[in-house]
Write a protein that binds this ligand. Structure first.
Ligand SMILES: *Cc1c(COP(=O)(O)O)cnc(C)c1O
Length: 412
């Protein structure tokens, strides 16, 4: 990977016509270490957030020793990055063949579920492989409620009394019962965790079985940009502060004696990657870029996230560049021919942005690479390494890429 100080240096040296990802391993290392030092239990990075081998290797080097995985592809990716890493297989609904692979080939001993038929599936394979159930922790996934940018509780989780039955069933068979929840992603209020911890405490107190561990899932908020024209959302607290509040809640609910696990994804990787896109065409206050919702911007689009962005003007166009560098809204059209591939909120960029300029869109490390498609033949896959954090790059005026899927175009 070529190394540059800033995205501007990379863009001016490479003059790329295709999107280029700017990977910042030092930022990734710092964010991983912040989580590791703030959390009192095992940090199991959620692989689906970004399973790129460069990311996984950097996380291993930063001290991450455990991973939350959901599929054979993820088992293999983790083994490749660190053969001695501990894997937590936390998908509540699993194929028989995948359970066998996890137990037999990958030595996985922690699995999640939210239904008795899943217990039966796992037990069948445990018996066939002649394993001791006492070596295996089965985490009952609890249903949770709350506000998340991405709600997941409609899909997975057992209600409290059902969870009590599952815990008792698991324990009777001889497995170790654990409790887990995953409250969604980009959680903005602590109450959501508190309610989930309250359910965990309720289940633990009623179940006639000893709980072996508590896994509090992911959902911790990453820092993004914000639209200065709107009421500023409260900035995401530093992860250390949020984790110490969660630890206080864990104590208050009498759960602090349990071994703890967390499955952060977004909060660890969001800042570590940006994408340098090029303006293919400018038509008044519309710009066409070479990326879009089918490439790097799908998560920001579905999650109503405002990303920070910075214009990198093409110096070759200096002579004819008119207008000011005042930030104004541009409607943004994505690379594909699909009519859905239009960002429904504007990017705020200097007024004098023009065809041929580049834009660095920051903080796209979570759910971008893993959600890229080859739709229409576009598949960005070029990487450079950048040494300056996005926020500390002072080479240009910072705007923001507001990719919220709600209506109300400010431009036009
Ligand atoms: C996706 C997922 C995570 C990671 O969520 P983030 O919001 O990225 O932290 C953790 N645990 C489970 C079970 C998940 O499905």
């Amino acid at each position: 990977m070529q190394v540059f100080e800033t995205a501007r240096d990379a863009a001016l040296a490479l003059r790329p016509d295709r999107p280029v990802y700017g990977f910042r391993p030092s930022v990734l290392t710092a964010d991983a270490r912040d989580f590791l030092s703030g959390f009192r239990g095992t940090t199991a990075y959620a692989v689906k957030t970004n399973d790129d081998p460069r990311i996984l290797k950097t996380l291993v080097a930063a001290g991450i020793k455990a991973f939350d995985v959901a599929s054979p592809g993820e088992f293999a990716a983790v083994r490749e990055a660190d053969p001695s890493a501990k894997q937590f297989y936390m998908h509540p609904v699993k194929a028989q063949s995948d359970i066998r692979l996890a137990l037999e080939t990958y030595g996985i001993r922690s699995l999640a579920l939210d239904h008795e038929d899943e217990v039966a599936k796992i037990l069948r394979i445990v018996r066939a492989l002649d394993l001791d159930p006492a070596d295996i922790t089965l985490f009952v996934r609890l249903a949770t409620k709350g506000h998340a940018a991405y709600e997941l509780s409609k899909k997975f989780g057992a209600g409290p009394s059902h969870a009590v039955e599952l815990v008792e069933r698991i324990s009777r068979i001889g497995f170790k019962p654990g409790l887990t929840f995953h409250v969604g992603s980009q959680i903005e209020d602590l109450d959501t965790y508190e309610r989930a911890l309250a359910s965990a405490a309720w289940v633990r107190n009623r179940a006639d079985a000893e709980i072996a561990a508590l896994d509090i899932g992911g959902g911790f908020p990453a820092r993004y940009g914000h639209d200065p024209k709107r009421k500023a959302p409260p900035p995401a607290p530093p992860i250390g502060d949020l984790l110490s509040e969660i630890h206080s809640e864990i104590e208050e609910w009498g759960l602090a004696d349990l071994p703890l696990i967390a499955e952060p994804g977004r909060v660890i990787v969001a800042r570590s990657l940006s994408v340098i896109v090029r303006v293919m065409l400018k038509k008044g206050q519309r710009i066409y870029i070479n990326d879009g919702i089918w490439s790097s911007l799908s998560d920001a689009w579905t999650g109503k996230i405002t990303l920070p962005a910075r214009l990198i003007p093409d110096p070759a166009r200096k002579a004819k560049r008119g207008g000011s560098d005042k930030l104004v809204p541009f409607r943004v059209f994505g690379a594909t021919c699909d009519s859905v591939d239009i960002l429904s909120r504007p990017f705020w960029l200097p007024e004098n942005v023009d065809t041929g300029d580049w834009i660095e869109i920051g903080h796209i490390g979570a759910y971008s690479l893993s959600l890229r498609t080859r739709f229409n033949g576009f598949y960005p896959d070029t990487f450079v390494e950048l040494t300056t954090p996005f926020e500390e790059d002072e080479s240009g005026k910072e705007g923001f890429a507001n990719v919220e899927p709600r209506g109300g175009m400010a431009a036009e």
